[in-house]
Design a protein around this ligand. Structure first.
Ligand code: ZN
Length: 425
């Protein structure tokens, strides 16, 4: 791990945190602009009204100001204090209301009275405010001025892509959502880890082509899949990154297939690392794995989080702020991703070209070449394991699992055997 990468990840989270993102609009564009300072992005603008499978790209939402003021003109709920105060996609409002009329439009968390909840109304034209329950309890009856200076107009859905070219056109996709306003773990930590993962991969001359997607949740992945329908065959593996920065242990949610290459790679990395972690089976709720793993696509795409979707009390509240995510946790998620991609990139199936008894390794210098290695004994065993199980059926990852040897040692052994023409892909 590069020293200080955790601090870089956290700095990006803090910089993106104040922006009011939604599934469309300038908050998304500004987020992509800031990410593009670190990672060049191709920006796509898909017009309102575009049909994407059973969905339609919605109108674009622009928000300038929103507040509720008392008769004295004091703002008692103010979008300028926190963008969570306004229900995302609220339609414009400008009128006086009694507290009783206003009440159905106010959302609080009575169990967490000091936190502002996060709510949206994307597909139903409505409006509302979110506030601390404590604030609601302190509001006297009477008249209030409600102002929401927003517009919903035909525009675009915006998303960004970055491609790390590989030696082959087959792709690994890494996707993170960027549609949440001021929420750090659920949104920004995943964006930050993806950004620095792409930078790390670019330095590694990867085998696969890696395509990073920075997209609004649900409608963004549906739009991307619709636009890339004819080219989806090239996607061999994928990972959805979210909730990447809290203090909890890593959680991996398998693809719908359950034994896809990504599933086997992540499970191997997590187990081999000795980290506390959890692996759970696919379920059709959560993040964009829902779309990538819909039955028509059934892609080998899993989801890596720390504490998963909706499973922490700070989830979708004002407590999911930059203090809730740590440089160390994000760096740990990033390291795990780098290891996973290294496994995916080096995993192959080979065929032993000398399958009748063991070939003589000594005369080919294969034992001597191990002399300098601190893991010479393991490296020697790895040669024998790779030779024996390279039958075209077992991959290097299968061999690592079965032998209990580190994947890198097995992959190095395969590299040496290949150089001696004892195995071929
Ligand atoms: Zn969320």
């Amino acid at each position: 791990m590069t020293t200080g990468v955790g601090e870089n990840l956290h700095a990006l989270v803090r910089r993106l945190y104040p922006l009011c993102r939604s599934i469309t609009g300038d908050g998304v564009r500004e987020t992509l602009r800031i990410v593009s300072e670190l990672l060049p992005l191709d920006i796509f603008e898909v017009p309102t009204g575009t049909r994407v499978f059973d969905w339609t790209v919605p109108q674009e939402w622009t928000i300038r100001d929103a507040y509720v003021a008392n008769v004295a003109g004091e703002r008692v709920i103010d979008f300028a204090e926190s963008n969570l105060h306004l229900v995302g996609y609220s339609v414009p409002v400008s009128r006086t209301m009694s507290l009783d009329e206003l009440r159905p439009h106010l959302h609080t968390l009575p169990e967490q009275p000091n936190l502002i909840p996060y709510r949206t109304t994307y597909y139903q034209r409505d409006w509302g405010f979110c506030l601390r329950h404590r604030t609601l309890e302190s509001l006297p009856d009477g008249e209030y001025w409600v102002e929401i200076d927003s517009t919903l107009t035909d525009g675009h859905l915006t998303y960004g892509e970055h491609v790390v070219p590989g030696q082959v056109a087959d792709e690994v996709i890494v996707s993170s959502h960027l549609c949440h306003p001021s929420l750090a773990n659920d949104n920004l930590a995943g964006i930050a880890v993806a950004t620095y993962l792409a930078r790390a991969l670019a330095d590694s001359d990867p085998f696969f082509t890696y395509r990073f997607l920075f997209i609004p949740g649900t409608i963004g992945s549906i739009t991307w899949l619709a636009g890339n329908f004819d080219r989806i065959e090239r996607v061999k593996h994928g990972l959805v990154l979210a909730c990447a920065g809290d203090a909890g242990p890593l959680t991996y949610k398998r693809s719908r297939r359950g034994d896809a290459g990504i599933d086997r790679a992540v499970e191997h990395v997590l187990t081999a690392s000795g980290r506390d972690h959890r692996v759970v089976d696919f379920s059709p709720y959560g993040y964009d794995e829902r779309q990538f793993c819909s039955p028509g696509f059934n892609l080998g795409v899993g989801c890596l989080t720390r504490t998963p979707y909706a499973a922490y009390p700070e989830y979708h509240t004002s407590a999911d702020n930059p203090d809730f995510v740590s440089p160390n946790a994000m760096a740990d998620t990033l390291d795990t991703c780098i290891e996973v991609m290294s496994v995916l990139d080096r995993d192959r199936r080979y065929v032993n070209l000398s399958p009748y008894c063991e070939p003589q390794l000594g005369k080919r210098g294969l034992y001597d070449s191990l002399g300098g290695r601190s893991d010479a004994k393991q490296a020697q065993l790895a040669l024998l394991w790779v030779l024996n199980f390279s039958d075209g059926g077992h991959s290097l990852l299968d061999i690592a699992k079965r032998s209990g040897l580190p994947f890198d040692t097995v992959a190095d052994a395969a590299h040496a055997l290949r150089a001696s023409d004892l195995i071929k892909e």
